[in-house]
Design a protein around this ligand. Structure first.
Ligand SMILES: Nc1nc2c(ncn2[C@@H]2O[C@H](COP(=O)(O)OP(=O)(O)OP(=O)(O)O)[C@@H](O)[C@H]2O)c(=O)[nH]1
Ligand SMILES: [Mg+2]
Length: 456
């Protein structure tokens, strides 16, 4: 383990804000133990401080007034999460109690920890790599079974092991190429050349698989975005409420009811789904409605699935669909013919991308839900099959590495001087190492840990 220098001693509340049975605070740094002994009055005085042993007693302020009954544990440097000397305090979970304890600790020389600083210390101490540090944030925010599964795989190290394997493969290729640098006059055996190119292709194939997994990985983490669009009065808000199973949006017979968009989260098959109800699109409408339509258009464009609602009781709806959809730049559109309860006969031969529904009688809604599930599942990778990339940062690094490896492969094919592909491969290696944090800089760390909150 690297010996990292944390000059300050830091403190933070590590449980969520608000009232609870118990709250916890963490102190890390060289003064952690001495600050604790100043403010902790153990019930059994002659026991002494033993690492990892829970002790019961009282937290007292500078004037020896008892603030709360607490349990506390001490972890020596090198044996804690942060790698620093560390103390954890478990007190009653009241807002004022934790505030007083934290203020007292700060008064005794500690400073407030920065967002993600505990985990950053763990990384700098070499206890976890960057992918694991990032997965701490993932597992904390995971609120569906799928996001939890991927976060757990990342936390347990399957992901960094996989990257380690790619790294080894890359280094093997690099070693082979570098070996030929020393013997420039020797002709490369065609068999060796063939083997080299097939090694390149194998590695590139694996990186391409990882890149492909990102689309689903992003959806697992950020949610599958469904936007409901259509003309005013088509029944968008009615459908939104039906899918949420609550009267969330206003529904009125007046066209132009929804102006601002409404966004809610639901869970479908263990996946996080973001449903957005938008303002109806039409040529007329006042200033407010027009603004709503502008935001509706951009939401419809970026959605993973658009549910395009059509009121089939309105005249000329078929013609309208054609012209309306020309304006929507999205390849994932499911047309919903709504209000079928109003028309005497069902419309004939709607295409495969169309479902007939009624928000009033709920006819067709379960078929719609099945179709939504199928579409989500089609974009999500098989979670049991392998490693899933969930971070945009990693996806970028894999893309950069891929570009460099492809360039190196081309240079080998064209039998260019081996220094050139070797250089590209070393650049690719750097990209992979920036994923796991073997190579890092303050800029990378800053961006990663800024996403954490204080206490993580
Ligand atoms: N008969 C019938 N009426 C429906 C159905 N779905 C919605 N409506 C009615 O159609 C009217 C408009 O519904 P909304 O859900 O507000 O429509 P919207 O698309 O959100 O409208 P805007 O927000 O104005 O764009 C309301 O009076 C609903 O009760 C349906 O399936 N059948
Ligand atoms: Mg509406």
């Amino acid at each position: 383990m690297k010996n990292i220098l944390l000059e300050d001693t830091i403190v933070a509340i590590i449980t969520p804000p608000g009232e609870g049975g118990i709250a916890a605070l963490r102190i890390a740094g060289n003064d952690a133990r001495s600050i604790l002994s100043k403010h902790f009055k153990p019930q059994q005085k002659n026991r002494g401080v033993k690492p990892f042993l829970m002790r019961f007693g009282f937290f007292v302020d500078d004037s020896k007034n008892v603030i709360d009954e607490i349990m506390t544990v001490y972890m020596p440097a090198g044996k804690s999460y942060t790698g620093c000397e560390q103390v954890e305090i478990f007190c009653h979970g009241g807002r004022q109690v934790v505030r007083l304890i934290q203020d007292t600790i700060i008064g005794s020389g500690a400073r407030m920890a920065e967002p993600g600083e505990f985990t950053k210390l763990a990384f700098l101490a070499g206890k976890i790599d960057l992918t694991k540090a990032e997965s701490v944030a993932e597992i904390i925010s995971a609120n569906t079974s799928s996001s939890f599964e991927t976060a757990r795989e990342h936390l347990l190290g399957a992901y960094s092991e996989h990257i380690g394997m790619l790294r080894e493969q890359l280094i093997d290729i690099l070693a082979e190429i570098e070996a030929s640098i020393d013997y420039p006059e020797e002709e490369i055996d065609p068999k060796d050349q063939e083997k080299l190119i097939s090694d390149f292709d194998d590695l590139l194939g694996k990186i391409s698989e990882l890149k492909k997994s990102y689309k689903g990985g992003r959806i697992i983490n950020e949610g599958f975005k469904i936007a409901i669009g259509g003309r005013p009065n088509a029944g968008k808000s009615s459908l939104f409420n039906l899918l949420l199973r609550q009267q969330r949006a206003l529904v009125t017979p007046k066209a132009g009811t929804t102006r601002d968009y409404l966004s809610e989260w639901i869970d479908i098959d263990g996946f996080k789904v973001n449903i957005i109800d938008t303002a109806g699109l039409r040529k007329a409408g006042g200033t407010i409605e027009k603004e709503g339509q502008k935001s509706a258009k951009s939401i419809l464009k970026s959605a993973d699935l658009v549910l395009w609602l059509v009121d089939i009781s309105s005249k000329g709806y078929k013609k309208q669909i054609e012209t309306d959809l020309q304006d929507i730049t999205n390849n994932h559109i499911l047309k919903l013919y709504n209000k079928i309860d109003k028309s005497a006969s069902s419309p004939e031969h709607p295409d495969t991308d169309t479902i007939l529904i009624s928000c009033k009688t709920e006819k067709g809604i379960s078929q719609l839900k099945k179709e939504i599930s199928a579409r989500i599942n089609a974009t999500i990778p098989d979670l049991t099959a392998g490693v899933v990339v969930t971070s945009a940062r990693h996806k970028q690094k894999f893309s950069n590495a891929e570009k460099m490896i492809k360039a190196a492969r081309d240079k080998c094919l064209e039998k260019e001087s081996p220094e050139l592909p070797a250089f590209d491969l070393r650049e690719a290696l750097k990209e992979l190492d920036e994923i796991t944090g073997k190579v890092y800089n303050e800029d990378i760390l800053g961006r990663i840990f800024a996403k954490f909150c204080i206490g993580k």
